[in-house]
Design a protein around this ligand. Sequence first.
Ligand SMILES: [Zn+2]
Length: 136
Amino acid sequence: MAAVERGEICGLLLGDGVVVTRLLPCRNVAADPATRFEIDPAALIAAHRSARGGGERIIGHYHSHPSGIARPSPRDAADAAPDGSIWLIVAGEAVTAWRAVAHGAVEGRFDPLTLDVSGCAGSGDSPQGRNAIPPR
Ligand SMILES: [Zn+2]
């Protein structure tokens, strides 16, 4: 068995609108996984294909910050396309959610999202304001 590598973990957020229905862990294929993340393109392609076939849509992705700071880094801002996708950042036990936008409040690229776990697995809930995990 492969040992768990130190460094950033990452994966895709699948769901609808701002409702995350599933976290799909992906391999971090970044050249320097200790400080960067890059989702395995094969996993990304497979998820896009599945979405086209009627599966869950890709609404964003998540990654960890080994630094323990659950806030987008300047590097995240540089890497983020302002496409409205959701960025979930995991640092220790803290999880924060952000939306990548053109003129964000944080690093010029991210607006904070409120997390709400209550609508996560349910169906028929209003997607308004429903997100993945509450702030502590
Ligand atoms: Zn980051």
